[in-house]
Design a protein. Structure first.
Length: 187
C-alpha cells in the first residue's frame, strides 16, 4: 500500500467534483438554510470471485476518512462516478476493469438496486450492481488509472459476516449492504 505523507489543508475554491452550496427554503412557514455539496452520482459493484470463493474489494486512501480516524484507508466496493457519456452498465464495466483488472461484458453485470448516499450533505444516487468473475476474466492487476492508488483485496466469503461488523476496518455502508444482500439471496 502507498505511504501517505505531507498532509495539509486549504480552502476548496473550485472543483470538478464537489460544489458547495447553501440552500434557502421555507418549511412549515419557517425560513431555513442548509449547507450542502453537489456531487456526481455513482455506480458500485459487488464482485464475487467464484474460484476463490471471495469478494473482490478495493482498498484506498480517502482523505475525508483520514479526518476521522487518522488512517484514511477504506475497504470499498469497486465504484466510480457518473461523469461520462456512457450507460451506467458501461461505467460499471469500465470501473471493474480499471480498479480490479477483470474484463466482463455488460450483460454479465446485474443491477441489485439504487440508493442515496451522504443524504445529510450530498444526496447523490448510487446504482448497485453485482457480477461473478473467475481467473479467466483477469486481464490486468487493476489498481486504478492515472493517480489512483487502489489495492485489490480478496475477502473470503467465510470471513465476510465478521468483516461487516468489524469496526476496526473502515468501510462504506454500501459494502455492508451489498454483502448482506448477497448472503440473503442464498436463502
Amino acid at each position: 500500500m502507498y505511504k501517505i505523507e505531507n498532509i495539509s489543508f486549504s480552502a476548496c475554491a473550485d472543483s470538478n467534483f464537489v460544489k458547495s452550496k447553501r440552500m434557502h427554503y421555507t418549511q412549515g412557514g419557517e425560513e431555513k438554510t442548509w449547507d450542502l455539496v453537489e456531487v456526481h452520482d455513482s455506480v458500485a459493484v459487488l464482485i464475487y470471485h467464484k474460484g476463490r470463493e471471495a469478494f473482490v474489494l478495493v482498498k484506498q486512501f480517502r482523505p475525508p476518512v483520514y479526518l476521522n480516524n487518522r488512517d484514511g484507508f477504506t475497504y470499498e466496493l469497486c465504484a466510480g462516478i457518473v461523469d461520462k457519456d456512457l450507460s451506467l452498465l458501461e461505467i460499471a464495466q469500465e470501473e471493474i476493469l480499471e480498479e480490479t483488472g477483470y474484463a466482463v461484458k455488460p450483460d454479465r453485470i446485474k443491477k441489485v438496486t439504487s440508493f442515496y448516499t451522504a443524504v445529510g450533505f450530498a444526496g447523490a444516487k448510487q446504482e448497485l450492481y453485482y457480477v461473478a468473475v473467475d481467473d479467466e476474466d483477469r486481464v490486468s492487476d487493476g489498481g486504478g488509472i492515472h493517480d489512483e492508488a487502489i489495492e485489490v483485496v480478496y475477502l473470503p466469503v467465510h470471513e465476510a459476516k465478521e468483516f461487516i461488523y468489524n469496526e476496526s476496518k473502515a468501510k462504506t455502508p454500501g459494502i455492508m449492504f451489498a454483502m448482506t444482500w448477497w448472503f440473503s439471496k442464498l436463502k
